[in-house]
Design a protein around this ligand. Structure first.
Ligand code: GDD
Ligand code: MN
Length: 363
């Protein structure tokens, strides 16, 4: 039997979950298919990659991709799409929330040509969730589904599902046009496809996480709005840059708030007030970008945050100089002052964005 299916397991600190999960996959599929597991680990601090390699030594069906200096669930899945020779690929969480028992049925449906993609759904008829069955969440997911339907043209009960299967060549064909931002890889695949994909849903009994903690937050609405923007205006101004710019504009407001209050409090100490305002605004921007713009690559822990903040301040300092230099030059050339200032701001922001996305939240 030739290789049928690759199961991609993106991992971030899932060391203890791997051995039992591969065992469960093995028992779920049995002799129904030949499969491989590709563990895509983003350099977990708990030694997940070492554990995966140890497992691969005893079980040749297990493969390991360890990525250093890169982050992100969506990009980990893409990495897996491109690393397998199997004709079908599945993506699932490594924390046992996704039941491997659905795999054979999904594979059979794809092989029979019943669907272009199979999706495990927490909200389809017959599904259940062990977590957050809050009414507010139900309402949110109704809105989310309506938006998802608009973007993808597909009616799904669970467009945010992280558990799905499709032919691997179809996945790879879409990769060049995927955004790779955030966690909405399924939505991204559906929205990017030129033809409306035929989806088959499989009700999922969404289990509680077996060990460790969730890495994603529940900003579902944000993911949707970002996805919507990305598929429309995102072609003109990239999503991440738009977020970065919005955060920057809020930073200006923070700057003025701090500046005016300090000026009122301490008469005439303009230089000090301005310095304090710059520092507060930069820290605010760093925090908000870390929380929002780069939420899929968020820096956590005191050490990483401190290094990130220093990198961000250094980047902004250079960007600030470039801003002033260009604005001064243009103004000296007779360009209207407001236009000169705007040009400085644009060049400075592009610089800040380019450098910080590379060196502060580098992939
Ligand atoms: N390689 C890699 N890189 N793996 C990651 C990263 C990352 O940056 N972030 C998370 N993972 C892995 C986790 O180790 C886990 O195996 C899987 O991706 C899902 O992460 P969880 O932290 O368990 O996510 P969740 O349970 O909160 O979210 C689930 O539900 C969401 C919908 O509410 C996931 O299935 C999401 O895909 C889904 O969108
Ligand atoms: Mn999980």
């Amino acid at each position: 039997m030739s290789l049928d299916l690759a199961i991609i397991l993106p991992t971030l600190n899932e060391r203890g979950n791997l051995v039992p999960l591969v065992d469960r996959i093995d028992r779920a599929i049995g002799t129904a298919a030949r499969w491989e597991v590709i563990i895509v680990d983003d350099d977990s601090k708990d030694g997940t990659a070492d554990e995966a390699r140890a497992l691969a030594l005893t079980d040749a069906r297990v493969r390991v991709i360890q990525r250093i200096g890169r982050r992100g669930l969506a990009s980990a899945a893409i990495e897996g799409f491109c690393a397998t020779a199997a004709p079908f690929v599945a993506v699932m969480d490594a924390d046992h929330q996704h039941d491997p028992a659905l795999l054979p049925g999904m594979l059979a449906a794809l092989k029979a040509g019943e669907a272009d993609i199979c999706v495990a759904s927490r909200f389809a008829e017959g599904a259940s969730t062990a977590e957050w069955a809050a009414p507010e969440r139900e309402r949110l997911s109704t809105y989310a589904n309506a938006i998802a339907r608009r973007i993808t043209g597909v009616d799904l009960t669970d467009p945010m599902s992280g558990y799905f299967m499709l032919p691997s060549d179809a996945a790879r064909a879409l990769v060049p046009r995927l955004t790779g931002i955030g966690f909405k890889i399924l939505l991204d695949l559906l929205a990017t496809s030129d033809t409306t994909m035929r989806v088959k849903e499989f009700p999922l009994n969404f289990a509680a996480r077996r060990e460790g903690e969730s890495k994603l937050d529940r900003a579902i609405l944000f993911d949707f709005l970002a996805g919507l923007y990305d598929k429309t205006l995102g072609k003109v101004i990239p999503t991440r840059f738009a977020l970065f710019g919005t955060v920057g504009a809020l930073g200006v407001l923070v700057h003025f708030a701090v500046l005016t209050s300090l000026l009122f409090a301490f008469d005439h100490a303009f230089t000090w007030a301005q310095t304090a305002a710059v520092l507060v605004a930069m820290s605010f921007n760093f925090w908000l970008n870390n929380w929002l713009t780069y939420r899929d690559k968020r820096l956590t822990g005191a050490g990483a945050l401190l290094r990130g903040w220093i990198g961000f301040v250094a980047t902004c300092a250079i960007g600030g100089f470039a801003n002033v230099a260009i604005a001064t030059f243009l103004e000296g050339q007779g360009v209207f002052w407001a236009l000169a200032a705007l040009a400085g701001i644009v060049v400075g922001s592009v610089w800040n964005y380019a450098l910080s996305s590379r060196f502060v939240w580098g992939r």
